[in-house]
Design a protein around this ligand. Structure first.
Ligand code: ADP
Ligand code: MG
Length: 265
């Protein structure tokens, strides 16, 4: 069953001088129920734009995004967004931050508090429920942001470089937690990352986008198994060949032609 689908999506913006800029062009793909798909591509190729369209924050210039077969017409509770910056509200406690989405959806106060407690416990943050965001480390704040994203029980999670602002060790721990959570909850996710290894170890499938106007240029199914165990995946011999193919598609580390050598035909 398809949870999230993009059908021939094109997005044009006006640039600083008012000229039309085509950010993405003719993007089509689908994400199945329970599937985790990563999106990689050069900076500015339209990855965040695609997520904004999926969440209903942007209406595409043409084409459409669908969630559960319904065209996305605006922000809705079936889709939750998580960003690189945790965007926690500094004047709310951790528990109150996690409950925020539920309150917006007008759940009873006691139910909001109960659900927040439950989620914080599952992320080993119960002891911090009554602290404020500034009292937590960056990694802990991202875990709170993940808990908040899950609180509304969305069908689809859109994750825009969620770990790019944390240190390398914290990132590994967060990847593990995300993988376990997605598996346990059976959630569908579309993850943007610029970390190719992260894409390989967390996903069922990786989509590669071209430079602007962004479109899908490659799709790679990750056949390693154990998607809920990214640490184990890291050590799998197949990871290297997946990474090599992604680097080739993104034209990373292609050797520069030698000085004075004839240009390749
Ligand atoms: P990525 O996330 O892949 O780095 P973005 O989706 O943020 O790329 O941006 C793709 C292109 O669209 C960029 O050239 C960016 O400047 C432009 N863009 C994104 N959002 C807007 C906007 N709201 N208004 C104008 N241009 C935008
Ligand atoms: Mg972006």
């Amino acid at each position: 069953m398809i949870r999230l689908e993009y059908r021939d999506v094109t997005m044009r913006f006006a640039d600083a001088s008012g000229r039309a800029l085509t950010a993405i062009e003719g993007v089509s793909f689908a994400v199945d129920d329970g599937e985790v798909v990563s999106l990689i591509g050069p900076s500015g190729c339209g990855k965040s734009t695609l997520l904004n369209i999926g969440s209903g924050l942007y209406a595409p210039s043409s084409g459409e995004a669908r969630v559960d077969g319904e065209p996305v017409a605006g922000p809705n509770s079936h889709v939750a967004f998580m960003l690189q910056k945790d965007l926690l509200l500094p004047w709310r406690t951790i528990a109150e931050n996690v409950a925020l989405g539920l309150e917006i959806h007008r759940q009873p106060k006691t139910e909001c508090a109960r659900r927040a407690r439950e989620l914080l416990a599952s992320f080993n943050l119960a002891d911090f429920a009554h602290r404020y965001p500034h009292q937590l480390s960056g990694g802990m704040r991202q875990r709170v942001a993940l808990a908040r994203t899950l609180a509304v029980d969305p069908h689809v999670l859109l994750l825009d470089e969620p770990f790019s602002a944390v240190d390398a060790q914290t990132r590994i721990a967060l990847q593990h937690e995300l993988a376990q959570t997605l598996k346990r909850a059976g959630k569908t996710a579309l993850l943007i990352t610029h970390d190719l290894l992260e894409a390989v170890i967390l996903s069922d499938r990786v989509l590669v986008m071209s430079a602007r106007p962004g479109h899908i240029i490659d799709e790679m199914r990750i056949e390693i198994g154990h998607r809920d165990e990214p640490l184990r995946r890291r050590r799998d011999a197949k990871v290297e060949s997946y990474m090599a193919r992604l680097m080739e598609r993104l034209e990373i580390a292609r050797p520069a032609p030698a000085q004075g050598a004839p240009a390749p035909a």
